[in-house]
Design a protein around this ligand. Structure first.
Ligand SMILES: [Zn+2]
Length: 120
């Protein structure tokens, strides 16, 4: 259900965008999903297929990438990226720049639309 509503907002956005840019169809979309979110890529793919029927994104290829965890250091202010598996295996949520463990974990936006390829 959750994936379905995400897919709906993606397709809504694509429709608005294609209108603005005069694109007749969307060939590919590149999505990124935060690793700590509960979005199932397969469900999302399926939902996109359903929702995009009859729209400009109907035959669009969908590329989904899982993005890592983003840490924001409270000491030096730098951001470091981390893979979920690394964080689980060594429990080290530390800033990559200064080594401080005083970090905020940014779970990241649930879904990011990275790139779109369309045709006029
Ligand atoms: Zn730091």
């Amino acid at each position: 259900m959750h994936e379905f509503s995400l897919a709906t907002s993606v397709v809504d956005f694509l429709q608005r965008l294609s209108k603005e840019q005069g694109m007749s169809r969307i060939d590919a979309i590149f999505l990124e999903i935060g690793e700590m979110t509960h979005v199932d890529p397969r469900q999302l793919r399926y939902s996109l297929k359903m929702v995009s029927q009859g729209t400009v994104a109907e035959r669009s290829k969908v590329y989904i990438k899982r993005s890592g965890i983003l840490l924001r250091c409270r000491r030096c202010g730098k951001e470091s990226r981390l893979k979920l598996m690394d964080a689980i295996t060594d429990y080290s949520l530390k800033c990559a720049a200064c080594g401080s463990a005083d970090v905020d974990i940014d779970r990241g936006r649930e879904l990011v639309l990275r790139r779109i390829r369309g045709s006029k």
